[in-house]
Design a protein around this ligand. Sequence first.
Ligand code: NAP
Length: 485
Amino acid sequence: MGRDRDGDWDGAPVKNLNWIGGKWAGADGGATFSVRNPATQEEIARVPDCGAAEARRALDAASAAFPAWAALPAIERANILFNVYAQMLGRARELATLLTRENGKPIREALAEIQYAADFVRWSAEEARRVYGETIPASVAGKRHLVLKQPLGVVAAITPWNFPAAMVTRKIAPALAAGCAVVIKPAEQTPLSAFALAELFEEARLPAGVLNVITGNPESIAKEMLAHPKVRKIAFTGSTEVGKLLMRGAADGLKRVSLELGGHAPFIVFADADLDRAADGCVSNKFRNSGQTCICANRVYVQQEVHDAFAKKLVERASALVLGDGLDEKTQVGPMIDESGMKKVIEHVEDARRHGAKILCGGRVKDARWFEPTVMTGVPPEAKVLREETFGPVAPVVAFKTEEEVVRLANDTPYGLAAYFYTKDASRLFRVAEALEYGIIGANDPSPGVPQAPFGGMKESGIGREGGKWGIEEYVEVKHVSIGL
Ligand code: NAP
């Protein structure tokens, strides 16, 4: 399923169905909703519009599949993941094309995302065999204490549209490796990459029901996930607002949660930094995915002495970026995901203008669906762009005087996902890295995310970590077995 006549995903998949209990199916009443290419607005697929009944079926299928999957030797689970990893690399171009068609990001970024997504599958496959237990010295002669690590159970996952493949594998790969069964609901704008990944798991002979993909009404599906007695964990990536709703909902059943939520990243340039390197880093970090990235810079703080010089370098680079359809190899900035995303960016730029900001480049909508890479200075602290997540290609540059001042400004937010700074001073590097209240720090590094390291936020940016040994720990239960001899 899901292939065009050439056996690839270059075109829209022929059938777009949910994968529940090992079967491809539509919504019970046959309802569908539309998936559009953000660059052209062309309808590229219609996918099932499911609700509570189908969600319950998927959760029941996962519950039924869980015990046998959990009982398999870890190496057998890992082998399925290794197979999927190899297929993802072998078919990276097709997967990336599909991803660009539903999300709009430039094909080069889509290829990088597929590699990143596949790396989570490989890391989890490797890690499956290293979920070690422990023995603890006893207090008396006739006892032994063991600590077992066992799979949690059924995991319900919900993912956003900005990384349609990587957000899926970052959850399902460690969960499956640990021995959990999963029901995942991808975002309504970008379900096709999740279907394609499910196909690869089917080809790799993942037992029926171990992974289930469902699309449709988020509230009804989430309600079932929260109510189902077998669901032991809710794994969510998305907005802080929805994350809080899910956490409240999970309280009744005391289900575990891991929440990867919004951010408001400071990007700090000290006067001693290599300004060209910092400007290159700022552009790649800020304008990736048209600024629709949870860890991308939201506030650029530049030390007073180099403020003008740095702003100039940023403007040169930002205004040279090529806007276009992501499928065009030359494109560096794709369209905004949809109208509501565009509306928020316009609102933030207009609000900054009203507060006296000076737009150095960009600041306008282009061809209805693109927003020009924008650099602005003279933005006062009360402007929305310095307080709320813009989720667009807008870089407000703010001058600061001292290290102490900028650390205070950087931490003055409810968010705590990612922060960046550039300096050549080794002592400052440690001081600032330790003082920033963020889960991910890029010190002279604009792209810190790797599968072997923990990814996640402090404060209202979330709870829990994905990636590395921490990622798989989120899917195991720790059990103490006390043995009398
Ligand atoms: P969103 O509106 O919270 O949506 C994310 C997911 O939640 C989608 O699948 C959505 O379904 C679903 N959803 C919406 N309302 C829901 C509800 N009431 N109950 C349960 N599920 C619900 O976020 P978004 O706009 O798609 O994504 C952007 C946000 O994600 C940004 O804040 C960004 O910073 C954050 N993000 C964080 C990370 C991280 O790792 N920390 C990574 C990527 C993105 P529908 O699509 O069907 O509405």
